[in-house]
Design a protein around this ligand. Structure first.
Ligand code: CP
Ligand code: NVA
Length: 341
């Protein structure tokens, strides 16, 4: 077991509602732990030390999910714990108030992962529950996605500071979390969006405040070609997010010039990588050739949801002694532990 120089954990018992809830050093620690967990899991499909034995989480999902649900559930099982998936039938606020749900669940389980429409619901859950609440996507943010995405970029480029991520499409929940986390970690996050589909101003203000310490630039425009030129990565997401289905037709018209295709990628440059949080709508925001092409990091991003969220669960829930213990590495210090965020 080789000791790793990591900051003391300060995440124990905390909520993760926004990508702005974590400092750069907290993210670095999380990424180092995720690197270790990923290496161990890939080598053996097992973890020698079940750090979450006896721990349970509840997963309150008011929207469908493949990745978020399966990675949290599988992650808890792989770490020796258990996750309970609660479908939309446990309607928050209809069958039972959010307050009552929170104050029952915190007597049963050690944390709650919630996917809701309005962001205010996860804020209220967190205010009422005595256990950590993790945002598994709201209309405002998707912090777990942004963490996995920037972890993927750190793996690929060996650094984060100075990278340029060009987001093409809607100034939505995924963009918001990427902008906040990018600002914290020194990644320039650009956005090309149609008129009327820009981000929430409060998020941009917060991201600008965070960027003051890292020098990250937030750039906006309406011309995708201009925004992607010279970017390290071109990122896109659905034109219509969950909960906006009634607007799908008008959104399809507004976003038609914002498709990520081979021509746009060529404009970005020969080294530009491609990202998408999934689920994708092939032929709409992204073409199949780009999605399945050699520059795609999309499946890495998806896999990394598992490793990064497991690291998050350990930081939030493991016994103090286990959290304070630096991630062990059978083969010596994990490579990324020396990588600056
Ligand atoms: N990217 C993501 O959150 O996927 P799911 O909606 O399938 O969870
Ligand atoms: N913006 C998309 C992300 C899905 C993971 C949505 O909210 O539906």
């Amino acid at each position: 077991m080789t000791a790793m120089p990591v900051a003391q954990s300060s995440l124990g018992g905390r909520d993760l509602l926004s990508a702005a809830d974590l400092s750069a050093s907290e993210v670095q620690r999380l990424f180092d732990r995720a690197t270790h967990l990923k290496a161990e899991f890939r080598a053996t499909r097992r973890h020698a030390d079940p750090l979450l034995a006896g721990r349970t989480i509840a997963m309150l999902f008011q929207r469908p999910s493949l990745r978020t649900r399966v990675t949290f559930e599988a992650g808890m099982a792989q770490l020796g714990g258990h996750a309970i998936y609660l479908t939309h039938e446990t309607v928050l606020g209809a069958r039972e108030s959010v307050r009552d749900v929170a104050r029952n669940l915190d007597r049963f389980v050690d944390a709650i992962v919630a996917r809701t429409g309005p962001h205010q619901v996860v804020v209220e859950l967190a205010a009422q529950a005595a256990v950590p609440v993790v945002n598994g996507l709201t209309l405002r943010e998707h912090p777990c996605q942004a963490l996995a995405d920037l972890f993927t970029l750190r793996e690929r480029f060996g650094r984060l500071a100075g990278l340029v991520l060009a987001f093409v499409g809607d100034g939505n929940n995924v963009y918001h979390s990427l902008a906040l986390l990018g600002a914290t970690l020194g990644v320039d996050v650009r956005l090309a969006h149609p008129e009327g589909y820009g981000p929430d101003r409060r998020i941009v203000e917060r991201a600008r405040e965070l960027a003051e310490t890292t020098g990250a630039a937030l750039v906006f425009g309406h011309d995708p070609a201009e925004i992607v030129r010279g970017a390290h990565v071109v990122y896109t997401d659905a034109w219509t997010s969950m909960g906006q289905e009634a607007e799908a037709e008008e959104r399809r018209d507004a976003f038609a010039p914002y498709q990520v295709d081979a021509r746009l990628l060529e404009t970005a440059g020969p080294e530009a990588m491609v990202m998408h949080c999934l689920p994708a709508h092939r032929g709409e925001e992204i073409t199949s050739d780009v999605m399945d092409g050699p520059m795609s990091l999309i499946l890495e991003q998806s896999e990394n949801r598992l490793h990064v969220q497991k690291a998050l669960l350990v930081e939030l829930l493991a016994d103090e002694a286990a959290r304070a213990e630096p991630p062990a590495s059978a083969g010596g210090r994990p490579e990324a532990s020396t990588t600056p965020v």
